[in-house]
Design a protein around this ligand. Structure first.
Ligand code: PLP
Length: 392
């Protein structure tokens, strides 16, 4: 059977492979601490789950408009106004099954042979995978430790060519936990004035997770780029709803109808009870979000302190999301073999930095979406492993 050539280039997310391996080892009776996972270890707040149950009982089980039900789009617009102080019409909001779907649609819209798309490296692996799928040229924007894992406006702007169609930015960032400060975003937006043909996809799925009073700066706050900005957000991380598949995007008017047609041609709509749960999430009490972020903040301190005690490891303090991205070059290991050995021999799942791009070599991603107790156990095991490996 012959499928189209594009499929030879599509990639995937190694975090799922690590999760599968960790689960298989656990099924064999091994005690595995999973710091590879990219999802909150908290339950979806009960009032959100209840809203979905109620929606089923109330008969919300049919198709909805492809763009999502109006009360949810209104709740999203109100939330954007509250959190980012940006006015957005519900007519520009699209409800999609997970954050990924927005990047899928945006990259499909701008990627084709001859086009260039800029994306963060290390960064979420699906950016590159989808760019490759479309036949466009992926142009990595290096995300550097010496820059606190923020993106550099100057370096980003310097990579734009007449072929650049789309620029993808992500802050707070996966896998580094980096948060790009407002001043740097100001510089990027100012420089983009010279490139009015470049569209921007801003992945802000971790917007609710910043620490040390580091405020999140949404690109929606810049009116001068609103006519070419696509915002990616969703409930997966902020409301511990990864399995519900609820994301949303804001599109500039000319792209909105294209996004709607993609929905009509693929998923039709997000399942109705999930949309009602989304309304409860956005309009209900937000204390569960605050409690979750406070727990992540405590774990962040534990992780960073513990990682910096390990031989050959150094870790800067991440300002957002729930990942640390320690530099492991001093261990003498390449990152991927180290991550594999930590899983197989020490029973700790992490992800090798190169799974997030070539600039991830020398680093591993440590997710602190796990209990303080498990984090402490994992750090002990990593310490023992690295000390023994060094002595051997
Ligand atoms: N964007 C980033 C940066 C992510 O880390 C993730 C998930 O890990 C997503 C988007 C996708 O989120 P979702 O699970 O809602 O599709």
């Amino acid at each position: 059977m012959k499928t189209v050539a594009n499929f030879d280039r599509i990639g995937e997310e190694n975090a799922f492979a690590v999760l599968a391996r960790a689960t298989a080892l656990a099924a064999q009776g091994r005690d595995i601490v999973n710091l590879g996972i990219g999802q909150p270890d908290f339950a979806t707040p009960p009032h959100i789950a209840e809203a979905a149950v109620k929606a089923i009982h109330d008969g919300h089980h049919g198709y909805t408009p492809a763009t999502g039900i109006l009360p949810l789009r209104e709740a999203i617009a109100a939330d954007i106004l509250r959190r980012f102080r940006a006015e957005v019409s519900p007519e520009h909001v699209m409800v999609v099954p997970g954050g990924k779907v927005t990047m899928f649609a945006a990259i499909l819209m701008f990627g084709e042979p001859g086009a260039e798309i800029l994306y963060p490296d290390p960064g979420f692996p699906i950016y590159r995978s989808m760019i490759e799928y479309t036949g466009a040229t992926p142009v990595p924007v290096p995300i550097r430790e010496e820059n606190g894992f923020a993106f550099s406006a100057e370096e980003t702007l310097g990579l734009i060519t007449p072929r650049t169609r789309l620029l993808i930015v992500n802050s707070p960032a996966n896998p580094t936990g980096g948060v790009t400060p407002k001043a740097e975003i100001d510089r990027l937006v100012a420089g983009l004035a010279d490139h009015p043909e470049v569209a921007i996809l801003s992945d802000e799925i971790y917007a609710s997770m910043t620490y040390d009073d580091e405020a999140h700066t949404s690109l929606l706050g810049y009116p001068e780029i609103r006519d070419r900005l696509i915002l990616l957000d969703g409930a997966s991380k902020s409301y511990a709803m990864t399995g519900w598949r609820l994301g949303w995007s804001v599109w500039p008017q000319p792209l909105y109808d294209r996004a709607r047609k993609l929905a009509v041609n693929s998923f039709s709509c997000v399942n109705a009870p999930t949309q009602w749960a989304g309304i409860a999430a956005l309009t209900g009490p937000q204390d569960a979000v605050g409690a979750m972020v406070a727990a992540f903040d405590r774990r962040r301190a534990l992780v960073v302190e513990g990682l910096n005690r390990l031989p050959g490891v150094s870790c800067i303090v991440p300002k957002g999301a729930f990942y640390a991205f320690p530099n492991v070059a001093g261990t003498g290991w390449k990152a991927k073999p180290l991550a594999a050995a930590l899983l197989e021999q020490a029973g700790v799942a992490t992800i090798g930095g190169p799974d997030f791009g070539i600039h991830g070599e020398g680093y591993i991603r440590v997710s602190y979406a796990n209990s303080e107790e498990n984090i402490a156990r994992a750090l002990d095991r990593m310490g023992d492993f690295l000390s023994e490996a060094r002595a051997a």
